[in-house]
Design a protein around this ligand. Structure first.
Ligand SMILES: Cc1cc2nc3c(=O)[nH]c(=O)nc-3n(C[C@H](O)[C@H](O)[C@H](O)COP(=O)(O)OP(=O)(O)OC[C@H]3O[C@@H](n4cnc5c(N)ncnc54)[C@H](O)[C@@H]3O)c2cc1C
Length: 531
């Protein structure tokens, strides 16, 4: 059974990378807006995070001309790649808010969505742990809040009941709240799956293209706007959706969007080796504060153990918003150790940080005809956007019908699923039962930690959103993501990618131009090694 198979549907959309010559195949290289056709787009979505990709997927079910554009070099490469990857039930949301409504809708929809799009989800459940007397007193209110959010299976557990379920829970645990519906998700696959289906259905995708500004059309009624890219290309659009996360404020300034203040709220994580996974059986959650859900300890869908995140407010534009720090990692270890005994003794294989789009005006700020007719701003999707990505997209499509007069006609041949055959065993817990790829034409393993074969890498390179960076490949296959973190496999992997795509080793990057694997002139060719 392979982890990754080929899916080569009839692709109706166009995919381009706005990269220098030689860094991807010429057929994938963006050279000018004429490649995208002369007709203006009905909608252009700025931001191919999980929110933008989810919206592209929903819009691709209708006969519309849609463009999804991102300044980064893969879909889901911003905040969407660095989170806790929990598919939340919304038990702790504030009842009556849009976030609570979208989470409830998502809770009902995820099992079917995951099955259709082949997004791994593991419903292991969560336990929120009270480790002080004060927190224990808060459990009754937390249970009531969960029930108000229709998470009626949530219930209080005694300390003894918790210890039975979680032998390594801290001896300080006084009690807790069982949340059976909390699930582990694959943080990367949601954006990729949405975008693949959207592309197959005719959505155009332009990566590596920052939008510098918007030229607003002046005609009354439904004016034609133009997006101006960082390198001066003009992209015509009847409607624009600003789903640019932490970039949304700067874009909104360019079209006169209403006031909102955002800042990155950094969350740092510690990732432990797979041997640490057995330390806990559920995701163990701390009691949340008004500021943050707090540091959790949880297995990951890939079979590791994860602790984090912190919640540190940084100024907008801070270049360190996704950096880890010694202090941050210390806080993660301290927070995690309050919940689980023995965490500090587990082997760490990586640390990372993501930056939530924290908005002073609240979560899920959505504005239609914001600054100009046909312009939509979606921002402040702070802590639950992976979970709500599809329900939010449906909400936005409804809103655009009502507020923008968007007319929808179903595309009768549009796909709304990825085939099972392409991901045999996609639903299987990868760490429990995954025999190595034994397909005759798939060659040897190239990543020994995660046991990924050459054939799986080639399949990933040929998948619809042709991944052309090492990070993009990693998110699809998990090569480079194991305990060696690429120490052993990066060179053979780079040779394999170069051989399959024709991109020179010197041009291969971790995450787009400027992050080359080797300094210019430093690549060692195999013939030089053997000489
Ligand atoms: C620490 C942490 C933990 C989290 N845990 C969870 C969780 O467990 N469960 C859950 O459901 N959610 C969680 N989230 C929240 C979730 O990750 C976010 O809500 C979601 O990723 C937001 O997606 P997005 O598309 O709005 O933003 P992004 O993924 O940031 O996408 C925005 C995109 O816009 C692009 N962009 C910006 N400016 C421009 C421009 N000028 N031109 C072109 N492109 C531009 C960026 O490159 C980026 O790719 C967590 C978040 C963090 C940080």
């Amino acid at each position: 059974m392979t982890q990754f198979g080929t899916w080569q549907p009839k692709i109706r959309g166009r995919l381009y990378y706005n990269w220098p010559r030689g860094t991807c195949e010429e057929a994938l290289r963006f050279t000018g807006s004429e490649q995208l056709g002369l007709e203006p787009y009905d909608l252009v979505i700025i931001g191919a995070g999980v929110v933008g990709c989810g919206l592209a997927y929903q819009l691709s079910q209708y006969e519309l001309r849609v463009l999804l554009v991102d300044r980064l070099h893969d879909v889901g490469e911003g905040t969407s790649k660095a989170n806790s990857a929990i598919i939340h039930t919304g038990y702790d949301a504030k009842p009556g808010t849009l976030e609570s409504e979208l989470l409830q809708e998502a809770r009902a929809a995820w099992p079917d969505l995951a099955a259709r799009l082949k997004i791994p989800v593991d419903p292991i459940g969560g336990i929120m742990l009270a480790v002080t007397d004060e927190q224990e007193r808060q459990l009754v209110a937390a249970e009531k809040n969960a029930h108000a959010n229709h998470a009626t299976d949530v219930r209080i557990l005694s300390a003894a009941e918790i210890r039975e379920r979680e032998p390594n829970a801290s001896p300080d645990v006084r009690g807790g709240l069982l949340v059976p519906g909390e699930s582990l998700g694959d943080p990367f696959m949601a954006s990729i799956a949405y975008a693949e289906v959207a592309l197959a259905n005719g959505v155009d995708i332009l990566l590596g293209t920052g939008i510098a500004g918007v030229e607003l059309g002046q005609a009354p009624g439904a004016p034609l706007h133009h997006l101006v890219t960082d390198d001066g290309h003009r992209l015509p659009a009847r409607r624009i959706i600003n789903a640019a996360g932490l970039g949304s404020r700067r874009l909104a300034d360019g079209y006169g969007g209403g006031a909102f203040d955002i800042n990155p709220r950094r969350g740092q994580f510690v990732l432990f080796d797979k041997c640490a996974r057995s330390l806990v059986r559920h995701m163990l959650l701390p009691m949340p504060s008004a500021h943050t859900k707090g540091v959790l300890v949880s297995p990951t869908i890939f079979g590791n153990l994860l602790a984090g995140p912190t919640a540190e407010d940084l100024p907008l534009g801070d270049p360190e918003a996704t950096h880890t720090t010694v202090e941050g990692i210390r806080r993660v270890m301290e927070g995690g150790s309050r919940l689980v005994d023995g965490l500090a003794q587990q082997p760490v294989i990586a640390t990372y940080a993501g930056a939530r789009c924290s908005c002073n005006q609240g979560s899920y700020v959505i504005r239609y005809n914001d600054g100009a007719p046909g312009v939509v701003t979606v921002t402040g999707v702070r802590s639950t956007g992976l979970t709500t990505s599809n329900s939010l997209a449906r909400h936005l499509v409804d809103g655009m019908q009502k507020e923008l007069g968007l007319e929808l006609s179903s595309d009768t041949v549009a796909l709304d699923a990825r085939p099972e055959s392409a991901w045999p065993g996609w639903w299987r817990r990868p760490f429990e039962d995954r025999p190595p790829d034994a397909r005759a034409d798939h060659g040897c393993a190239v990543c020994f930690c995660e046991v990924i074969s050459e054939g799986e890498i080639r399949d990933a390179l040929d998948s619809p959103i042709r991944p052309r960076t090492m990070d993009a490949l990693k998110r699809r296959t998990r090569a480079l993501m194991g305990r060696c973190q690429g120490f052993d496999c990066q060179v053979p992997l780079a040779e394999l990618v170069s051989g399959h795509t024709g991109i020179g080793i010197e041009q291969l990057t971790n995450n787009g131009p400027g992050s080359e694997l080797v300094a210019p002139g430093q690549a060692v060719r195999p013939e030089e090694v053997s000489a």
